[in-house]
Design a binder for this molecule. Sequence first.
Ligand code: PZK
Length: 306
Amino acid sequence: MAPDGTRTSPRYGVRHVTGAAVTVRFFPGVPVELVHSGKVRELYADGDDIVMVASDRVSVYDVVLPTPIPGKGVVLTQLSLWWFGQLTDVIANHVISGSDVPAQWAGRAIRCRRLRMLPVECIARGYLAGLGLAAYNETGTICDVRLPPGLGEGSRLPEPVFTPTTKAAAGHDEPMTRADLAALVGARVAAELERVTLEVYRRGAALAAARGILIADTKLEFGLAPDGALVLADEVLTSDSSRFWPASQWQPNRPQRSLDKQFLRDWSAGLDWDRKPPGPVIPSDVVAATRARYQELYTRLTDRNA
Ligand code: PZK
Protein backbone atom coordinates (compact mmCIF):
# COMPACT_ATOMS: atom_id res chain seq x y z
CA MET A 1 0.00 0.00 0.00
CA ALA A 2 1.40 3.39 -0.98
CA PRO A 3 1.27 6.27 1.54
CA ASP A 4 -1.55 7.88 -0.47
CA GLY A 5 -3.82 4.90 0.15
CA THR A 6 -3.47 3.46 -3.32
CA ARG A 7 -1.88 0.21 -4.34
CA THR A 8 -0.85 -1.27 -7.64
CA SER A 9 -3.06 -4.03 -8.93
CA PRO A 10 -0.92 -7.06 -9.75
CA ARG A 11 -3.46 -7.98 -12.41
CA TYR A 12 -3.66 -4.78 -14.42
CA GLY A 13 -0.88 -2.60 -13.07
CA VAL A 14 -3.56 0.01 -12.44
CA ARG A 15 -3.44 1.84 -9.14
CA HIS A 16 -6.71 2.11 -7.35
CA VAL A 17 -7.98 3.44 -4.09
CA THR A 18 -8.66 0.83 -1.46
CA GLY A 19 -10.35 3.07 1.14
CA ALA A 20 -13.78 1.70 2.01
CA ALA A 21 -15.63 4.91 1.06
CA VAL A 22 -14.15 5.05 -2.44
CA THR A 23 -15.28 3.04 -5.43
CA VAL A 24 -12.57 0.67 -6.55
CA ARG A 25 -12.01 1.10 -10.27
CA PHE A 26 -10.37 -1.24 -12.71
CA PHE A 27 -9.67 0.08 -16.19
CA PRO A 28 -7.60 -2.60 -17.88
CA GLY A 29 -5.85 -1.12 -20.88
CA VAL A 30 -6.42 2.48 -19.81
CA PRO A 31 -3.06 4.11 -19.12
CA VAL A 32 -4.28 6.42 -16.38
CA GLU A 33 -3.83 6.43 -12.66
CA LEU A 34 -6.32 7.77 -10.13
CA VAL A 35 -4.62 10.59 -8.24
CA HIS A 36 -7.56 12.23 -6.54
CA SER A 37 -11.16 11.39 -5.94
CA GLY A 38 -13.55 14.18 -5.02
CA LYS A 39 -17.21 14.03 -4.09
CA VAL A 40 -18.38 14.17 -7.68
CA ARG A 41 -15.22 14.12 -9.84
CA GLU A 42 -12.03 12.17 -10.26
CA LEU A 43 -8.59 13.23 -11.35
CA TYR A 44 -6.28 10.86 -13.23
CA ALA A 45 -2.66 11.18 -14.28
CA ASP A 46 -1.86 10.28 -17.88
CA GLY A 47 1.83 10.73 -18.57
CA ASP A 48 2.53 14.44 -18.10
CA ASP A 49 -1.14 15.34 -18.39
CA ILE A 50 -4.04 15.01 -16.04
CA VAL A 51 -7.53 13.88 -17.00
CA MET A 52 -10.42 15.33 -15.02
CA VAL A 53 -13.60 13.24 -15.09
CA ALA A 54 -17.00 14.50 -13.97
CA SER A 55 -19.33 11.78 -12.70
CA ASP A 56 -23.13 11.90 -12.63
CA ARG A 57 -23.06 12.03 -8.82
CA VAL A 58 -24.88 14.87 -7.14
CA SER A 59 -24.65 16.29 -3.64
CA VAL A 60 -27.34 18.02 -1.62
CA TYR A 61 -26.47 19.81 1.62
CA ASP A 62 -22.91 18.50 1.05
CA VAL A 63 -24.01 14.85 1.03
CA VAL A 64 -23.50 12.78 -2.12
CA LEU A 65 -26.74 10.97 -2.92
CA PRO A 66 -26.74 7.28 -3.91
CA THR A 67 -28.66 7.93 -7.16
CA PRO A 68 -26.83 9.50 -10.13
CA ILE A 69 -28.34 12.18 -12.39
CA PRO A 70 -27.73 10.75 -15.89
CA GLY A 71 -26.01 13.28 -18.13
CA LYS A 72 -24.93 15.62 -15.34
CA GLY A 73 -21.19 14.94 -15.76
CA VAL A 74 -21.34 15.52 -19.51
CA VAL A 75 -23.40 18.70 -19.23
CA LEU A 76 -21.16 20.24 -16.57
CA THR A 77 -18.00 19.28 -18.48
CA GLN A 78 -19.35 20.81 -21.70
CA LEU A 79 -20.41 23.95 -19.82
CA SER A 80 -16.97 24.28 -18.26
CA LEU A 81 -15.27 23.83 -21.67
CA TRP A 82 -17.58 26.47 -23.15
CA TRP A 83 -16.74 28.96 -20.39
CA PHE A 84 -13.01 28.32 -20.72
CA GLY A 85 -13.42 29.24 -24.38
CA GLN A 86 -15.37 32.41 -23.56
CA LEU A 87 -12.66 33.54 -21.16
CA THR A 88 -9.46 32.97 -23.13
CA ASP A 89 -8.83 36.71 -23.44
CA VAL A 90 -9.12 37.09 -19.65
CA ILE A 91 -6.85 34.24 -18.55
CA ALA A 92 -5.02 31.19 -19.92
CA ASN A 93 -6.55 27.86 -18.88
CA HIS A 94 -5.39 24.29 -18.31
CA VAL A 95 -7.40 22.66 -21.09
CA ILE A 96 -5.46 20.57 -23.60
CA SER A 97 -8.43 18.78 -25.11
CA GLY A 98 -12.07 17.98 -24.47
CA SER A 99 -11.98 15.14 -27.00
CA ASP A 100 -8.59 13.42 -26.64
CA VAL A 101 -9.69 11.43 -23.58
CA PRO A 102 -10.25 7.71 -22.89
CA ALA A 103 -13.34 6.63 -24.86
CA GLN A 104 -15.35 5.49 -21.85
CA TRP A 105 -15.30 9.07 -20.53
CA ALA A 106 -16.11 10.81 -23.82
CA GLY A 107 -17.90 14.09 -23.11
CA ARG A 108 -17.33 13.99 -19.38
CA ALA A 109 -13.54 14.29 -19.28
CA ILE A 110 -11.00 17.01 -20.01
CA ARG A 111 -7.32 16.44 -20.71
CA CYS A 112 -5.44 19.18 -18.84
CA ARG A 113 -1.94 20.51 -18.38
CA ARG A 114 -0.51 19.49 -15.04
CA LEU A 115 0.03 22.62 -12.97
CA ARG A 116 1.39 23.50 -9.58
CA MET A 117 -1.94 24.21 -7.91
CA LEU A 118 -2.24 27.19 -5.58
CA PRO A 119 -3.67 26.10 -2.20
CA VAL A 120 -6.50 28.62 -2.25
CA GLU A 121 -10.09 28.77 -3.44
CA CYS A 122 -10.68 32.05 -5.23
CA ILE A 123 -14.27 33.08 -4.71
CA ALA A 124 -16.06 36.08 -6.19
CA ARG A 125 -19.44 37.04 -4.79
CA GLY A 126 -22.03 39.33 -6.32
CA TYR A 127 -24.86 38.31 -3.97
CA LEU A 128 -24.97 37.19 -0.35
CA ALA A 129 -25.33 33.47 0.28
CA GLY A 130 -23.58 30.60 1.99
CA LEU A 131 -20.38 31.36 3.88
CA GLY A 132 -20.40 34.97 2.66
CA LEU A 133 -23.77 35.51 4.31
CA ALA A 134 -22.57 33.82 7.51
CA ALA A 135 -19.48 36.07 7.67
CA TYR A 136 -21.55 39.20 6.98
CA ASN A 137 -24.08 38.36 9.68
CA GLU A 138 -21.29 37.86 12.21
CA THR A 139 -18.98 40.76 11.38
CA GLY A 140 -20.52 42.99 8.70
CA THR A 141 -17.49 42.12 6.57
CA ILE A 142 -16.30 39.33 4.27
CA CYS A 143 -12.55 38.79 4.00
CA ASP A 144 -11.85 42.31 5.31
CA VAL A 145 -14.24 44.02 2.92
CA ARG A 146 -16.80 46.07 4.87
CA LEU A 147 -20.30 45.82 3.41
CA PRO A 148 -23.20 48.22 3.90
CA PRO A 149 -25.60 47.46 6.77
CA GLY A 150 -29.05 46.01 6.16
CA LEU A 151 -28.16 43.31 3.65
CA GLY A 152 -29.84 39.92 3.93
CA GLU A 153 -29.76 36.49 2.38
CA GLY A 154 -29.70 36.82 -1.40
CA SER A 155 -28.98 40.58 -1.39
CA ARG A 156 -27.06 41.96 -4.31
CA LEU A 157 -23.73 43.46 -3.23
CA PRO A 158 -22.86 47.01 -4.31
CA GLU A 159 -19.77 45.58 -6.07
CA PRO A 160 -18.59 42.00 -6.53
CA VAL A 161 -16.11 41.06 -3.80
CA PHE A 162 -13.18 38.69 -3.80
CA THR A 163 -13.35 36.31 -0.82
CA PRO A 164 -10.53 33.75 -0.96
CA THR A 165 -10.55 30.75 1.36
CA THR A 166 -7.97 28.20 2.38
CA LYS A 167 -8.24 24.74 0.85
CA ALA A 168 -8.51 22.61 3.95
CA ALA A 169 -7.52 18.98 3.41
CA ALA A 170 -10.18 18.00 5.92
CA GLY A 171 -13.02 19.99 7.44
CA HIS A 172 -14.19 23.36 6.24
CA ASP A 173 -12.44 26.00 4.21
CA GLU A 174 -11.55 29.12 6.18
CA PRO A 175 -11.87 32.70 4.95
CA MET A 176 -8.55 34.46 4.31
CA THR A 177 -7.59 38.10 4.47
CA ARG A 178 -5.66 39.72 1.63
CA ALA A 179 -2.60 39.67 3.90
CA ASP A 180 -3.03 35.90 4.43
CA LEU A 181 -3.25 35.40 0.68
CA ALA A 182 -0.19 37.54 -0.05
CA ALA A 183 1.77 35.64 2.61
CA LEU A 184 0.77 32.35 1.00
CA VAL A 185 1.35 33.06 -2.70
CA GLY A 186 3.27 36.35 -2.79
CA ALA A 187 1.95 39.88 -3.36
CA ARG A 188 2.19 39.75 -7.16
CA VAL A 189 0.22 36.50 -7.56
CA ALA A 190 -2.27 37.55 -4.86
CA ALA A 191 -3.10 40.77 -6.71
CA GLU A 192 -3.40 38.88 -9.99
CA LEU A 193 -5.72 36.27 -8.43
CA GLU A 194 -8.03 39.00 -7.17
CA ARG A 195 -8.10 40.86 -10.48
CA VAL A 196 -8.66 37.74 -12.61
CA THR A 197 -11.25 36.21 -10.26
CA LEU A 198 -13.34 39.38 -10.28
CA GLU A 199 -13.02 39.73 -14.06
CA VAL A 200 -14.13 36.10 -14.64
CA TYR A 201 -17.09 36.69 -12.33
CA ARG A 202 -18.07 39.97 -14.01
CA ARG A 203 -17.88 38.45 -17.49
CA GLY A 204 -19.80 35.36 -16.46
CA ALA A 205 -22.43 37.29 -14.53
CA ALA A 206 -23.02 39.75 -17.39
CA LEU A 207 -23.37 36.96 -19.93
CA ALA A 208 -25.69 34.94 -17.68
CA ALA A 209 -27.79 38.00 -16.76
CA ALA A 210 -28.49 38.57 -20.46
CA ARG A 211 -30.00 35.05 -20.44
CA GLY A 212 -32.10 35.51 -17.31
CA ILE A 213 -29.69 33.84 -14.90
CA LEU A 214 -28.03 35.38 -11.86
CA ILE A 215 -24.64 34.07 -10.77
CA ALA A 216 -24.53 34.68 -7.03
CA ASP A 217 -20.95 33.56 -6.54
CA THR A 218 -18.29 31.38 -8.08
CA LYS A 219 -15.24 29.48 -6.93
CA LEU A 220 -12.15 29.34 -9.12
CA GLU A 221 -8.92 27.42 -8.77
CA PHE A 222 -5.63 28.41 -10.30
CA GLY A 223 -2.24 26.85 -10.85
CA LEU A 224 1.15 27.96 -12.03
CA ALA A 225 2.65 26.75 -15.30
CA PRO A 226 6.36 25.77 -15.29
CA ASP A 227 7.22 29.30 -16.55
CA GLY A 228 5.38 30.84 -13.59
CA ALA A 229 2.33 31.98 -15.57
CA LEU A 230 -1.00 31.99 -13.76
CA VAL A 231 -3.45 29.50 -15.30
CA LEU A 232 -7.16 28.97 -14.64
CA ALA A 233 -7.71 25.30 -13.69
CA ASP A 234 -10.38 22.97 -12.37
CA GLU A 235 -13.92 23.70 -13.61
CA VAL A 236 -15.31 27.14 -14.34
CA LEU A 237 -18.79 28.60 -13.80
CA THR A 238 -20.58 25.27 -13.47
CA SER A 239 -23.36 24.77 -10.97
CA ASP A 240 -21.01 22.65 -8.83
CA SER A 241 -18.70 25.66 -8.43
CA SER A 242 -21.22 28.50 -8.57
CA ARG A 243 -24.70 29.46 -7.44
CA PHE A 244 -27.07 30.02 -10.37
CA TRP A 245 -30.44 31.60 -9.64
CA PRO A 246 -33.32 32.24 -12.05
CA ALA A 247 -33.43 36.06 -12.29
CA SER A 248 -37.22 36.05 -12.57
CA GLN A 249 -37.57 34.47 -9.12
CA TRP A 250 -34.88 36.41 -7.27
CA GLN A 251 -36.03 38.10 -4.06
CA PRO A 252 -33.73 39.25 -1.28
CA ASN A 253 -34.14 38.21 2.37
CA ARG A 254 -34.88 34.57 1.69
CA PRO A 255 -33.03 31.51 0.42
CA GLN A 256 -32.99 31.65 -3.39
CA ARG A 257 -34.25 28.96 -5.75
CA SER A 258 -31.38 27.07 -7.29
CA LEU A 259 -31.67 26.67 -11.04
CA ASP A 260 -30.58 23.03 -11.00
CA LYS A 261 -30.89 21.52 -7.52
CA GLN A 262 -34.13 23.04 -6.29
CA PHE A 263 -36.13 19.95 -7.14
CA LEU A 264 -33.73 17.83 -5.09
CA ARG A 265 -33.77 20.26 -2.18
CA ASP A 266 -37.55 20.61 -2.14
CA TRP A 267 -38.03 16.86 -2.37
CA SER A 268 -35.42 16.08 0.31
CA ALA A 269 -36.83 18.76 2.65
CA GLY A 270 -40.05 16.75 2.76
CA LEU A 271 -38.27 13.59 3.91
CA ASP A 272 -37.42 12.42 7.36
CA TRP A 273 -33.68 12.84 6.67
CA ASP A 274 -31.19 14.52 9.02
CA ARG A 275 -28.97 15.71 6.12
CA LYS A 276 -26.21 13.34 7.19
CA PRO A 277 -24.89 10.44 5.10
CA PRO A 278 -26.16 8.19 3.78
CA GLY A 279 -28.42 10.33 1.63
CA PRO A 280 -31.79 9.12 0.35
CA VAL A 281 -32.35 7.31 -2.97
CA ILE A 282 -33.82 9.76 -5.49
CA PRO A 283 -37.14 8.74 -7.12
CA SER A 284 -37.18 8.68 -10.91
CA ASP A 285 -39.45 11.71 -11.39
CA VAL A 286 -37.10 13.84 -9.28
CA VAL A 287 -34.12 12.49 -11.25
CA ALA A 288 -35.86 13.43 -14.50
CA ALA A 289 -36.77 16.93 -13.31
CA THR A 290 -33.24 17.56 -12.01
CA ARG A 291 -31.74 16.28 -15.23
CA ALA A 292 -33.95 18.62 -17.26
CA ARG A 293 -32.76 21.56 -15.13
CA TYR A 294 -29.08 20.82 -15.78
CA GLN A 295 -29.84 20.66 -19.49
CA GLU A 296 -31.85 23.87 -19.36
CA LEU A 297 -29.02 25.69 -17.60
CA TYR A 298 -26.60 24.58 -20.31
CA THR A 299 -28.90 25.51 -23.18
CA ARG A 300 -29.85 28.87 -21.72
CA LEU A 301 -26.23 29.86 -21.14
CA THR A 302 -24.66 28.49 -24.31
CA ASP A 303 -27.54 28.45 -26.80
CA ARG A 304 -26.52 24.88 -27.55
CA ASN A 305 -28.56 21.73 -27.20
CA ALA A 306 -27.60 19.55 -24.27
C1 PZK B 1 -5.75 19.48 -9.50
N1 PZK B 1 -7.56 19.36 -8.22
C2 PZK B 1 -8.92 19.48 -7.73
C3 PZK B 1 -9.92 17.30 -7.01
C4 PZK B 1 -10.99 16.83 -9.46
C5 PZK B 1 -10.26 17.98 -9.24
N2 PZK B 1 -4.38 21.16 -13.98
C6 PZK B 1 -4.13 20.57 -12.77
N3 PZK B 1 -2.88 20.15 -12.51
C7 PZK B 1 -2.61 19.55 -11.36
N4 PZK B 1 -3.52 19.33 -10.41
C8 PZK B 1 -4.81 19.72 -10.59
C9 PZK B 1 -5.15 20.36 -11.80
C10 PZK B 1 -6.49 20.79 -12.06
N5 PZK B 1 -7.56 21.11 -12.24
C11 PZK B 1 -7.09 19.76 -9.42
N6 PZK B 1 -6.58 18.84 -7.53
C12 PZK B 1 -5.45 18.90 -8.29
C13 PZK B 1 -9.71 18.24 -8.00
C14 PZK B 1 -10.66 16.14 -7.25
C15 PZK B 1 -11.21 15.90 -8.48
F1 PZK B 1 -11.48 16.58 -10.68
